[in-house]
Structures are given as structure tokens and as C-alpha cells.
Design a protein around this ligand. Structure first.
Ligand code: AMP
Length: 180
């Protein structure tokens, strides 16, 4: 008998050499499309963070919106979007970060969170960790606390978790399907 976790994980599709040669892209859209799989994902996150006194979930554009907004509904919490630069209409904090080639930027509304907030940051995949670290810095700019980081997959060979923990040692990092 396969477990709910094994059934959900089996839905992930690997696409070699996408979007560039040498990258194995993890396509999680079949997981998002499957109600049983998402129920497993939500229950795993809700159980893991049950004692974290979370007050909000922040999701990173774009796949972190799909997972994060639905998880927020499941956990009875509000959802805060962290977006690519230039997409949010009001005053924002912005963090620039390095990619393998070039830089990228993420933003959050300055009034999206309060100092009393305990935030769970979510995204689909943790790769080099640059995006998650920049997003966590945005939450800190709002004076809120980054209680946890939840991802579906951690590509541990890229070192992102280590880089994230170097900057946010007190944050509880949870990978739903374990390390790849
Ligand atoms: P990074 O900043 O390198 O940790 O990259 C994380 C972001 O890029 C996440 O928002 C992921 O959605 C996406 N990403 C990076 N590598 C992959 C991959 N191999 N498969 C799917 N998504 C990826």
C-alpha cells in the first residue's frame, strides 16, 4: 500500500533541460490539480506548524501564490503576496538579489504585515535560496517575524537551505516531500 505522501509525490513531473540546458524543472502543477494530494500537503504543513502561533502566510510569486493562498484558507489565516518588482500598486519595500546570471527583485506592500505577525513563508521549490532569502528579508523590513519557511521540494544539492539558514537561523524550514 502506498502512502498519501508517496501518491502525492508521484505526481511531480521532471522536465530535463527546461527552461535552460542542464536544469531539471520540477513541475508541481499535477500536485496542485489533485485534491487528495493538496489535502496531504495542507495537513502536513498544518501539523508541522501547529505550535508556531502563525498569524499570516506570505507566498512568493507565482507558484507560491497557488500553494500559499490555498494553505492560508486551510489554516484559517490571511495571505500576503510577495511579488516581482513593479507589480504591487502601493508603497513597497524592495529587495534585490543575485541570480546565476544577473539580478532579480521582489517587493511587499509596506503595510502588509505588523510587528506582532508570525509569518509562514511559502514557495514551491527551494533551489539556490536567493528568492526565499530575499522574501524573508522583506518580511523583516515590515518588522514581522519569519517563523517558518515551507516548500514542497528542496533541491539540497544547490545549497539553498544552508544559505537561507545562514541568514535566518531561527526560522523553521519544512520541506513537504523531503530533499531531492
Ligand atoms: P532560487 O531562488 O534559486 O531558490 O529559486 C527558487 C525559485 O525558482 C522558486 O520560486 C522556484 O519556483 C523556481 N525554481 C528554481 N529551480 C527550479 C526547478 N528546478 N524546478 C522548478 N522550479 C524551480
Amino acid at each position: 500500500m502506498t502512502s498519501a505522501k508517496e501518491r502525492a509525490e508521484s505526481l511531480i513531473v521532471e522536465i530535463p533541460d527546461y527552461p535552460t540546458p542542464g536544469v531539471v524543472f520540477k513541475d508541481l502543477t499535477p500536485v496542485f490539480a489533485n485534491h487528495d494530494a493538496m489535502t496531504f500537503v495542507f495537513d502536513a504543513c498544518a501539523t508541522h506548524f501547529a505550535d508556531s502561533r502563525l498569524t499570516a502566510i506570505a507566498g512568493i510569486e507565482a507558484r507560491g501564490f497557488i500553494f500559499g493562498a490555498a494553505l492560508a484558507g486551510h489554516m484559517g489565516l490571511g495571505f500576503v503576496p510577495i511579488r516581482k518588482a513593479g507589480k504591487l500598486p502601493r508603497q513597497t519595500f524592495r529587495v534585490d538579489y543575485s541570480l546565476e546570471y544577473g539580478t532579480d527583485s521582489v517587493e511587499i506592500h509596506t503595510d502588509a504585515l505588523r510587528s506582532s505577525d508570525n509569518v509562514l513563508l511559502v514557495d514551491d521549490v527551494l533551489a539556490t535560496g536567493g528568492t526565499a532569502t530575499a522574501a524573508a528579508q522583506l518580511i523583516e523590513h515590515c518588522n514581522a517575524h519569519v517563523s517558518g519557511l515551507a516548500v514542497l521540494l528542496n533541491l539540497s544539492f544547490l545549497g539553498g537551505e544552508r544559505r537561507f539558514r545562514d541568514k535566518f537561523p531561527a526560522t523553521d524550514v519544512f520541506t513537504v516531500f523531503g530533499d531531492n
